[in-house]
Design a protein around this ligand. Structure first.
Ligand code: BGC
Length: 424
């Protein structure tokens, strides 16, 4: 009898504990989480709204603090000033090295308990888990994997003129000349520095191969930047730009995607968020446009992983922040969000046949153990904000000043690249 009483008492205590915890969460969830991010294009907006609606179903309210600006240039600055003013958002789109920088100063809430409860070590790709782990702590909730080495083409134009999606630079040149002969721009282009850097790193990967790319971008060996393969990639960058446009053109990436869809341009090199954008406008990756990898980068995944970090704040929002991390990494939100965003889920347990053809190739390449997975510099996966900006500036100068020889650009790149550990 005594034993039964003891068990009943323990059950009651457990139940009361559970009710209290739920009560605390309910109280916490009544106040929305302030989320700072840079998703403002049509697809980015839809994808963020999708996350917000999954969270709403779990009782977590999303208060939007979107800062426009492709590649997050402005958002990163606004975040810094909000933190300095003592008003950090509850959640921020912190990716790659910006994430570890903020974690280093103790601004980011560790999510070890959620990661353990949700078995992230078994569910998530190891590369992704590694990326969100810093000094032994899990410091962000991963959302999706973008593939940077993506070449999009307009299927209708290609079908009309019997063009074949290029697999090599020779084929690319042939297609480009045929498009030009028909009065269509071969490649959609923008001279925004981060977009130039995005295109350049895919060329570099193709020309240098994954091992040298890692020496250049991850180990950041200054001397490796003088390699002739870097020179080749720089020459190719100039050649591509000349194919694309004569006049300087700085425009947002979504405008280039618009030009591709409107048959003003035949091809576009951009991270696969551009695919998400085309789909947000109703275009289909089977009917209207297609994607192949940038020539020379087969079996290679040049990735940028989007992540949300929960920031430490005087408002004590841990319970609801943890709930957010749990919901956005769970399978239903992962599938719905990534379908809109153009990226692919960060999880293993996805049926690839449910993904569109571009996403399927991206996800399968990322998942395959023998593929090379290499981090994007232009999207903060490989080096900090200062190095990324310095590299992008050198490339911008090189492209806009025809007198600068590739060798000079190589020397400048070698000078701005600092090896890990020598960053601060
Ligand atoms: C982000 C993407 C975003 C893109 C364009 C990248 O750095 O990872 O989520 O869509 O920038 O703004």
């Amino acid at each position: 009898m005594k034993g039964l009483h003891r068990i009943a008492a323990r059950c009651c205590a457990l139940l009361l504990g559970l009710v209290a915890a739920q009560g605390a969460l309910a109280q916490a969830t009544a106040v929305p989480l302030d989320v700072l991010h840079w998703w403002t294009s049509a697809s980015e907006r839809k994808a963020a709204d999708q996350l917000a609606s999954h969270l709403a179903q779990a009782g977590v309210q999303w208060k939007d603090a979107a800062i426009p600006g492709g590649g997050g240039m402005a958002a990163v600055k606004v975040l810094k000033s909000r933190v300095l003013m003592g008003d950090p958002p509850d959640v921020a789109q912190l990716i790659g090295t910006t994430l570890t920088d903020w974690a280093d100063v103790g601004l980011v809430l560790p999510l070890n308990a959620v990661a353990q409860r949700q078995r992230w070590s078994q569910q998530l790709f190891p590369t992704v888990l590694e990326l969100v782990t810093y000094k032994g702590d899990v410091v962000a909730a991963p959302l999706g994997v973008h593939r940077i080495n993506t070449l999009l083409y307009n299927r209708k134009l290609f079908a009309r003129w019997g063009l074949v999606p290029p697999r090599s630079w020779a084929e690319f040149e042939l297609v480009a000349r045929q498009l030009q002969a028909k009065g269509v721009r071969a490649l959609a282009w923008s001279d925004e520095a981060w977009q130039i850097a995005t295109v350049f790193e895919t060329l570099l990967l193709g020309d240098a191969g994954a091992p040298l790319y890692r020496e250049l971008m991850v180990q950041r060996k200054g001397s490796a930047w003088l390699d002739p393969r870097v020179e080749r990639a720089l020459q190719r960058l100039r050649w591509l730009r000349a194919l694309a446009t004569e006049a300087p053109v700085e425009r947002v990436w979504a405008d280039s995607a618009r030009e591709l869809l409107a048959e003003g341009a035949g091809m576009m090199i951009m991270g696969d968020w551009a695919k998400g954008e085309l789909m947000a406008w109703g275009a289909s990756p089977v009917r209207d446009f297609g994607c192949v990898v940038v020539p020379g980068t087969e079996h290679t995944h040049l990735y940028s992983v989007d992540t949300l970090a929960m920031l430490v704040s005087p408002r004590a929002r841990e319970a609801v922040q943890e709930k957010m991390a749990e919901v956005v990494t769970a399978l239903p939100a992962q599938l719905a969000y990534n379908r809109l965003k153009g990226s692919v889920p960060v999880r293993h347990d996805v049926d690839p046949s449910s993904l569109d053809p571009c996403a399927r190739d991206s996800w399968e390449t990322f998942a395959r153990s023998r593929s090379a997975r290499v981090p994007s510099l232009a999207h903060r996966m490989a080096a900090d904000e200062a190095i990324k900006d310095a590299v992008a500036q050198v490339l911008w100068r090189y492209l806009t000043d025809a007198r600068m020889e590739p060798g000079e650009a190589q020397r400048r790149l070698a000078a701005v690249i600092r090896a890990p550990g020598a960053e601060r």
